[in-house]
Design a protein around this ligand. Structure first.
Ligand code: SAH
Length: 214
């Protein structure tokens, strides 16, 4: 899976993608990440990626041209790439969408900033618009990382042995040692936090049952 990230803040991705599962997946060539600075796709001498909104109003809007050019450049070699625009008006990302997107060989992820992206990108450049939740962030970079992680977890080999691919519905509370954690004394009273006894019982049928109920 190749992820192509279109952004005006290319440095944002370095630390997160350089650690843990993403680091290992890139080394193993299971995924690759390609970050494009939209400023490199401008044609004016000031490398302007934004401009004032037609009709007035506060803030700035990301221009269509740099996005269009960057997508066109990528599509020259990766014509089947799926183009995703992050938008508060998009379809909400969920496990089903992550699974569906994991089938593409290339995802182009357009990260908006400012008041958003010129609507012609949504209408004519992107294949779909995705939101990660009903709140407004300052840019599409965090949504891109969220989507990449949700999608990558669906790829065979991305998760280590110590992590399991659980469906959202199959998720249950977990505990590890110690059996009893003694929290700091609050006004003379020791606070003992124990693990549910059923998990220590060794009775796997009962444990399964308990987990299902959660
Ligand atoms: N005024 C705009 C918000 C722009 S936020 C509006 O009401 O839609 C700037 C950019 O951040 C957006 O273009 C989008 O790419 C990204 N963004 C912000 N919140 C997001 C969310 N919940 N999901 C996906 N992308 C988001």
């Amino acid at each position: 899976m190749r992820f192509h990230l279109l952004t005006i803040f290319p440095g944002i991705f370095d630390s997160y993608l350089g650690e843990s599962l993403f680091k290992r997946a890139q080394k193993a060539r299971l995924i690759s990440t390609h970050v494009y600075n939209l400023r490199d796709f401008t044609s004016d001498k000031h490398h302007k990626v934004d401009d004032r909104p037609f009709g007035g109003g506060p803030g700035m809007v990301m221009k269509v041209e740099p996005v269009y050019k960057a997508v066109a450049r990528i599509k020259k070699t990766r014509p089947k790439a799926r183009v995703i625009l992050f938008s508060t008006r998009g379809r909400k990302l969920d496990a089903i969408a992550a699974k569906r997107l994991s089938k593409y060989s290339d995802l182009i992820l357009i990260c908006g900033r400012y008041e958003g992206v010129d609507e012609r990108v949504a209408q004519r450049v992107a294949d779909e618009e995705i939101s990660i939740g009903d709140y407004v962030l300052s840019g599409g970079e965090l949504p891109a990382l969220v989507l990449m992680e949700a999608v990558s977890r669906q790829l065979p080999g991305f998760l280590g042995k110590e992590e399991s691919l659980e469906e959202v519905n199959g998720s249950f509370p977990t505990y590890t040692r110690p059996e009893v954690f003694v929290a700091g004394k609050a006004k003379g009273k020791a606070r003992k936090w124990s693990v549910p006894p059923v998990l220590l019982s060794g009775d796997h049928k009962k444990i399964e049952e308990w987990r299902r109920r959660r």
